[in-house]
Design a protein around this ligand. Structure first.
Ligand code: PEP
Length: 251
């Protein structure tokens, strides 16, 4: 089953408007004529509208870095799926390890966010991944299965065409340590196996599973050569237009 590769850049809490505009304009030049892969960026909320204006005549997908489950209401500090769409985004990262670790977001909160995103027509990029401690205790697959089952609780098979899973081992995020392509492939194949159990094999075969954790121009080709790696979620290297451009143009 051919899955269209997805290269996603998470800008995290970096850059003010002028930086975001520069990055978006540079990115636009790198993506011209690319139609065999999807490119997505998740800028800070405050610059999404402006970035969307710059990217309006491209196929680059815009995402929020998080999203509330409600369309509106008394949720101080949250951004709703309706607001994201209004700003020009059509996707949202959900359950990024920084949200889970630094802001205490639980599996059930992640699930609420994910269902809200789907309900309001966003593509949900569900991030899962084990810590170093969990890997060293041989608990990687248990953790992935728990996060996946909890994150996708009450989601129907028909909704899975709007879900992307990002496998991001926490120990590889922003550390310069990348999972080997074999470690990443093992985790991705396991995730697809759990998805087949949760839904059905045909659905699992269609879901894109992207890898995140110190992806760079020097390791993207090997990662993308793995059968179950359908793309990348890139943090640090997404802030440098030349590096991200090279990643987008993986071999
Ligand atoms: C991320 O934030 O999702 C990420 C993978 O970061 P980095 O590429 O910097 O490790």
């Amino acid at each position: 089953m051919a899955r269209k590769p997805l290269i996603a850049g998470n800008w995290k809490m970096h850059g003010v408007l002028v930086d975001a505009c520069q990055l978006a304009a540079g990115l636009k030049a790198h993506c011209r004529g690319l139609d065999d892969r999807d490119v997505l960026v998740a800028p800070p909320f405050t610059v999404i509208s402006e970035v969307s204006h710059i990217l309006r005549d491209t196929a680059i997908i815009l995402a929020g870095q998080n999203v509330c489950w409600e369309g509106k209401g008394a949720f101080t500090g949250e951004i709703s799926p309706v607001m994201l769409r209004d700003a020009g985004a059509s996707a949202a990262l959900i359950g990024h390890s920084e949200r889970r670790q630094l802001f205490g977001e639980s599996d059930s909160l992640v699930n609420r966010r994910l269902k809200g995103a789907l309900q309001f027509g966003l593509t949900a990029i569900l991030c899962i991944g084990e810590t170093l401690e969990e890997r060293e205790a041989n608990r990687t697959l248990d953790v992935l299965e728990r996060q996946l089952r909890a994150g996708l609780a009450d989601v129907g098979g028909a909704q899975m065409s709007s879900v992307v899973v990002a496998y991001e081992p926490v120990w590889a995020i922003g550390t310069g340590k990348t999972a080997t392509s074999a470690q990443a492939q093992e985790a991705h194949a396991f995730i697809r196996h759990v998805l087949a159990d949760l839904f059905e094999k045909d659905i699992a075969d269609q879901v894109r599973i992207v890898y995140g954790g110190s992806v760079k121009p020097t390791n993207i080709d090997e990662l993308m050569a793995q059968p179950d790696i359908d793309g990348a979620l890139v943090g640090g290297a997404a802030l440098d237009v030349e590096s991200f451009g090279r990643i987008i143009h993986f071999a």
